[in-house]
Design a protein around this ligand. Structure first.
Ligand code: NAD
Length: 260
């Protein structure tokens, strides 16, 4: 069912995006990788996925804050695979600081990468999906697309915006066999989370150990991190026909965080 489908996963050189890309490859899908990082490491990963899973894996270094580069990413994926069936909008960054000190350029970068980039990828891929009457758009939002935490003004605004974008795109494409959903993960121990531990400690005036125990895992009822493998499995499920009636949803995978 997923075999032979072609997917574009933004921000897939690390963390959740890389986990979803690998799960897609394991499900027989061809994948266009994207994101920053060491060129040799990315090439090693790309070649490994191709060899291990027997699928086509390509890479494009588009900066997702730049609309012209996003257009080139989509065009390159279409040229490589013939069509794009699945888009995962995953690229994202974080910055943690009280709003009164929050730098303007961080606000602009977070809104561009975490929200506006999804507008562009969807705009450039949905016509083909609708014409073929099959498509899957998966937006990696966050528990912060449903609830807020302090000191994350741009991130919480972008993720709530991404959930809204998900709903309107779902309604507009529902009769064409195209679904659009948001996955709302709780905390996953990726570089994005590791990086914010010292900032959270500074903003709150507590130690880094206290941030992990009393801030990060305090919100997750299971007291465990979500894993990239679990998120990859959910993304693969959303690409199956069993998920054809799931659309416009914001699906939490957050260890019970948003049940509070
Ligand atoms: P990560 O830092 O491990 O990965 C982020 C990816 O995005 C990397 O591949 C990076 O190169 C790429 N990226 C960053 N800026 C980019 C740009 N301008 N253009 C292209 N690619 C860019 O982070 P992660 O934790 O895997 O986060 C992935 C997504 O999941 C983000 O949207 C994040 O908000 C969301 N998320 C993460 C968590 C968590 O706890 N880690 C929880 C909820 C949601």
């Amino acid at each position: 069912m997923t075999k032979g489908k072609n997917a574009l996963v933004t921000g897939s050189t690390s963390g959740i995006g890389l986990g979803i890309a690998e799960a897609f490859c394991a499900a027989g899908m061809n994948v266009m990788l994207n994101g920053f990082g060491n060129a040799n490491d990315i090439e090693t990963e790309r070649a490994e996925f191709e060899q291990k899973y027997g699928v086509k894996v390509r890479y494009h270094d588009a900066d997702m804050s730049r609309p012209a580069e996003i257009r080139d990413l989509v065009a390159t994926a279409k040229a490589a695979f013939g069509r794009i069936d699945v888009v995962v909008n995953n690229a994202g960054i974080q910055h943690v600081q009280p709003i009164e000190d929050f730098p303007d350029e961080k606000w602009d970068a977070i809104i561009a990468i975490n929200l506006t980039s999804a507008f562009h990828t969807i705009k450039h891929t949905i016509v083909g999906m609708k014409a073929r009457r099959w498509g899957r758009i998966i937006n990696i939002a966050s528990a912060h697309g449903l609830v807020a935490s302090p000191y994350k003004p741009a991130y919480v605004a972008a993720k709530h915006g991404l959930v809204g974008l998900t709903k309107t795109v779902a309604l507009g494409s529902a009769e064409y066999g195209v679904t659009c959903n948001a996955i709302c993960p709780g905390y996953v121990m990726t570089p994005l989370v590791k990086k914010q531990i010292p900032d959270q400690a500074k903003a709150r005036g507590i130690s880094e150990e206290q941030v992990v125990k009393d801030v990060i895992l305090a919100s997750q009822a299971t007291k465990q991190f979500v894993t990239v493998e679990q998120l990859g499995a959910l993304a693969v499920f959303l690409c199956t026909d069993a998920a054809a009636q799931i659309t416009g949803a914001a699906l939490p995978m957050d260890g019970g965080w948003t049940a509070h």
